[in-house]
Design a protein. Structure first.
Length: 472
């Protein structure tokens, strides 16, 4: 997988622009409004902008990208650019991945600006339970489905900034859409964002955060306000609507005003790197006492050693870390919930050959790193989730279920449980055994016409000329 990114500007601060749809590193420099905004950001410090996998100049993807993978992509780009910590500016469908990254690695995020975010949609909760949508969720969904059905015609502009949607600008926007991604890729990317539930993750954001939305964006402002209310100390700003007399440069200026204010007006994030959003995996050998009595101590010790070898190898392969073992139980730290579930399933299937079965529990929550151990309420919840599972089962918390959207992992509800030592009841789910492969997407490239290719070539070779032509 190759991710296209660019670094420009200089200074003591680092800013990462996390684009949503549409996105193309060459064409955004040919658009005067985008170029102006990025030059403003470059005056504040070093700026990184990238095309997420599946968009623009980055490689296409063959499956629906999960929030977990989107956070990994941001980490990869920051590492490649040599950036230790930065202010993130994410918009619309890219906000979920940015939020997850900010909670997983708080020591790397100085600030967070979210443009047009949402915590839930009708894919994750009944419309009557959605906060801030004012009964408009179905209407918004229908509008976006129309955009997807006509991707490449510039109709996303009518959703993001309807007051700017002149025929001339729509034609330019249509080219950007076509160059950004194929219709199938766009559907996959938006589906991952639409089916994720961030309500339990947003309260764990520690970075100074500003949530903004333009008043006339088709997304109800209340949905973005709800995001700000869930993040401790976050500010909400309702920006003026697009309209007659306002150009797209004026429209984007309002958002970059907030970027500048966030970068220059806030202290660095004070989050302790010892407290992180982490995914824990608990496993336990079922009926270990009975096995030991039947086999004898020496034979049982050999079986258990093989079980631990299988577990270590599986956790290592998933990019995780075995934290500790206690008798026949284990605690591991995994990079994300989807990988933790697949790891648990791999362990469960492998130990069947040893004549034993395990139960497993997965939870994602705030944990505290203490030397080589993990502590905190999330660890207790993970242990209780695992204890509730039956032989050969993998159970997960509601938070995990909400975060694995697009992963292809099927869940079965197991009701609401009172977990010992946990103050509130939790909804639990069991993983349906079977193919856990990600939801596939045909890895097609955007369909570009001859005129599109000419524009792209000009944008790459002479972006200043292109900007001048666009203004004219």
């Amino acid at each position: 997988m190759h991710i296209a990114y660019q670094v420009f500007g200089s200074g003591p601060r680092d800013i990462v622009l996390v684009p949503a749809l549409p996105s193309h590193l060459d064409l955004i420099w040919a658009e005067p409004a985008y170029a102006k905004g990025m030059r403003r950001a470059a005056r504040l410090g070093r700026v990184v902008v990238f095309d997420p996998p599946g968009l623009g100049l980055s490689d296409p993807v063959d499956h629906v990208p999960t929030l977990e993978e989107q956070a990994d992509d941001m980490r990869t780009v920051l590492d490649a650019a040599g950036i230790d910590r930065a202010t993130l500016f994410a918009s619309a469908f890219s906000t979920g991945g940015a939020v997850l990254f900010a909670t997983q690695q708080p020591e790397r995020v100085d600030g967070l600006l979210l443009w047009g975010p949402f915590a839930q949609t009708t894919a994750t909760a009944p419309e009557e339970d959605l906060i801030g949508w004012d009964g408009q969720a179905e209407e918004v969904g229908a509008r976006w489905r129309e955009v997807l059905d006509h991707w490449g015609e510039g109709r996303s502009l009518d959703v993001f900034a309807p007051g700017l949607a002149t025929e001339r600008l729509r034609r330019r926007w249509a080219t950007l859409e076509r160059a950004s991604a194929s219709p199938g890729m766009v559907r996959a990317i938006t589906e991952a964002a639409r089916t994720a539930d961030l309500t339990r993750v947003l309260p764990l954001v520690k970075a100074p955060t500003v949530v903004v939305i333009h008043a006339d964006t088709r997304m109800p402002p209340g949905a973005a306000r709800h995001v700000a209310e869930l993040i401790p100390g976050a500010e909400f700003r309702l920006l003026p609507p697009s309209g007659p007399g306002m150009g797209i440069a004026d429209w984007t200026d309002l958002a970059f005003d907030e970027v500048e204010r966030l970068v220059t007006g806030h202290a660095r994030a004070s989050a302790s790197p010892d407290r992180i959003l982490a995914t824990v995996l608990f496993t336990d050998v079922v009926d270990s006492t009975r096995h030991a009595a039947a086999l004898g101590d020496e034979q049982w010790r050999l079986i258990n050693d093989r079980h631990l070898t299988v577990l270590r190898n599986s956790v290592d392969a998933a990019g995780g870390q075995l934290i500790h073992t206690s008798g026949d139980g284990t605690l591991s730290l995994l990079p994300g919930p989807a990988r933790a579930i697949r790891c648990a399933q791999a362990i469960s299937h492998a130990v069947d050959d040893l004549g034993i079965r395990i139960r497993a529990g997965v939870h994602t929550g705030e944990c505290e790193r203490t030397d080589d151990d993990l502590a905190g309420l999330a660890v207790h919840i993970g242990a209780r989730v695992g204890a509730a599972a039956g032989p050969g089962e993998v159970w997960v918390s509601r938070t995990v279920r909400d975060l694995v959207a697009g992963s292809g992992i099927e869940m079965a509800p197991r009701g609401t449980h009172s977990l010992k030592g946990v103050p509130e009841p939790w909804e639990l789910f069991s993983v349906v055994d079977g193919d856990l492969a990600p939801v596939p997407v045909a890895p097609e490239r955007a369909q570009l016409g001859a005129s599109d290719r000419i524009i792209l070539a000009a944008a790459r070779r002479a972006p200043r000329l292109m900007r001048a032509l666009q203004r004219g």
